[in-house]
Design a protein around this ligand. Structure first.
Ligand code: NAD
Ligand code: GLY
Length: 367
């Protein structure tokens, strides 16, 4: 019998709003019971996409549910698709206590969550994440959004779900590239885990060293524990800073670099995870240049990233252009980029006094 995990997100600033994250195998078998435990809805609207519906529609049996199947892809994470979800909610006469269920990866989760945040000023919302990235990151913490033509996730809200139900079995149908996208975020957690201050008995960093093969083999025991550790780290950060006034920004380690890489390659060459993998290396370079970490930890961390093969070799991008694009990132404040930088083993700091030369040098070593 494979162990299941039940964690809580507990947000004290929000009248102690709290919800469960369930992690385990075969949770979809009892999905009707679970969604009815977490929502008193009379009706459910299950939002998914063509790919996930093709693979798993038969496995989801929820009474009183209607389905909305969206086209698959980040390019559909926009107002038009959001309207399709809201139209379906209106057409199905959902009331405020009714529930939108996001069944898919981060794209479906972010859009369905944003629809739930705005429909009747907020109806119930449950996340059933189906990618590794969604299970360890996007389904937890309440960031919901759609893209605008001028920027990713520009229009959104903080809207927490009633529950997150992560069934490890669905990871089996992910391709290697999608798996690695999730792994990049997981390696990010390993580099920030001390700063998350989660009450955990494991060190994720060591877990990743010990269980690499099991992770690539999707060993259900190991994957359940891995998703549990990551969700515990994220929940701890969200509990301390739901709306990113400070600490939550540490979850963006490597992402300022990654967004520049994605933007300069027109979002077509690298997956987000691949860009984050390279971004993590650049952030480690920056930490070394600033003397915030020693060479030993630097080399160990770079080796771990290389062992997981999450950071592809990228072509020579124009450094000046790279630097300028980083300024357009929404993490730039008052003309200064706020960098999340490793400042010790498994810990990070947020700094804004990095010189242009230091940024350029941190980029160069990866180009
Ligand atoms: P995605 O949702 O596009 O899913 C990736 C691909 O996997 C899609 O083709 C999808 O159809 C397919 N898929 C989903 N589940 C599957 C399964 N079980 N088997 C086989 N294929 C499956 O991408 P993603 O990586 O899950 O999420 C990326 C999105 O998440 C981005 O839009 C990003 O902005 C957002 N995000 C949000 C947060 C947050 O905190 N809200 C955090 C990180 C990322
Ligand atoms: N993925 C970043 C965050 O949730 O804040």
């Amino acid at each position: 019998m494979i162990q299941s995990y039940n964690l809580k997100v507990d947000i004290p600033q929000k009248n102690a709003y709290s919800y469960d994250i369930l992690i385990g195998c075969n949770l979809l078998d009892s999905v009707d019971e679970l969604v009815n435990k977490y929502s008193f809805a009379n009706k459910f609207l299950i939002v998914t996409n063509e790919k996930v519906a093709g693979l798993y529609k038969d496995k989801i049996a929820i009474d009183k549910a209607n389905w909305l199947v969206l086209p698959d892809g980040e390019e559909y994470k926009n107002f038009e698709t959001l309207k399709l979800i809201l139209d379906a909610a209106v057409k199905n006469k959902l009331e405020r206590k009714d529930c939108i269920v996001a069944f898919g990866g981060g794209v479906v989760g972010d859009m369905a969550g944003f629809a739930a945040a705005t429909y009747m000023r907020g109806c119930d919302f449950i996340q059933i994440p189906t990618t590794l990235l969604a299970q360890v990151d996007s389904s937890v913490g309440g960031k919901v959004a759609v893209n605008h033509e001028d920027g990713k996730n520009l229009i959104g809200a903080f809207y927490q779900p009633k529950a997150v139900i992560a069934d490890i079995n669905v990871l089996k149908t992910l391709d290697l590239r999608q798996l690695k996208t999730g792994l990049s975020e997981i390696l990010k957690y390993a580099l920030i885990e001390k700063s998350c201050a989660a009450p955990l008995n494991y060190r994720l960093y060591d877990f990743l060293i010990q269980h690499k093969q099991d992770i690539f083999d999707l060993n259900p025991e190991v994957m359940s524990k891995l998703v549990h550790i990551c969700c515990a780290l994220k929940a701890s950060v969200v509990n301390q800073d739901e709306t990113e006034k400070g600490l939550r920004a540490i979850l963006n380690l490597g992402h300022t670099y990654a967004h520049a890489i994605e933007s300069l390659t027109n979002y077509t060459t690298y997956t987000h995870g691949e860009a984050v993998g390279v971004g993590l290396k650049m952030a480690l370079n920056l930490a070394l240049i600033r003397g915030l970490i020693d060479k030993g930890y630097f080399e160990q961390a770079i080796n771990l990233i290389d062992e997981y093969q999450i950071a592809p070799k990228i072509p020579k991008l124009d450094k000046e252009e790279f630097y300028n694009v980083m300024f357009l990132d929404k993490k730039a404040k008052n003309g200064k980029i706020r960098f999340v930088v490793p400042n010790g083993m498994y810990s990070v700091a947020i700094v804004s006094d990095i010189s242009k030369e230091q940024v350029m040098e941190s980029i160069s070593t990866c180009l």
